[in-house]
Ligand binder design. Sequence first.
Ligand code: IMP
Length: 201
Amino acid sequence: MPSFSVYCNMDIIFATHNEHKTIEARNIVGPNWHLKNLREIGQTEEIPETSDTLQGNALQKAQYVAEKYHANCFADDTGLEIEALDGRPGVYSARFAGEHCTYADNVNKALAEMKGKTNRKACFKTVIALILNGETYYFEGRVDGHIAEEPHGDGGFGYDPIFIPDGYEQSFAELGMDVKNKISHRGKAMAKLVEFLNSVQ
Ligand code: IMP
């Protein structure tokens, strides 16, 4: 049985330290592209994300890696936009409850701010920036849903336990990765990325 690497046509770096995102992305990209995350290339430091847009942050991360490692690279940035909170936390989703907060802190802050609100509509948006052979490309994905009254499920990460996508009664944390990848913000953006990568391969 040949090793996995025999099947790998192209190396590409996913500029993330998030192992959950890496697993989701590997599941979508398939075996044609050999995907490595930041831990796997030895990049231990966090990459600055100082833009006030998802596109700006995705580009900042992808550019940092492409220039430092002279490699093809993509990065994503995701935001949860809650209608009743005027679109917050949006691009600030990672630090909604403050610097160095946990996923649970963010979930609790969102639930606290949503207490008593009847409009619970929300959406996740993802922008992926790809730098391939020095050219930049963007891919976007969005999923609409609503914020649950309390956390449900222990799968996924981040705000998954309180996000219920339209057409479902379970949260992303309950639905599991296969369903999430088919309908999620990042799943849709990744599908567009993969279609593009396969077209240029
Ligand atoms: P970033 O794209 O890693 O900067 O994500 C910003 C924030 O959104 C972090 O707190 C993540 O945990 C959260 N987040 C990103 N993607 C998802 C997702 O697929 N489900 C739930 N939360 C997410």
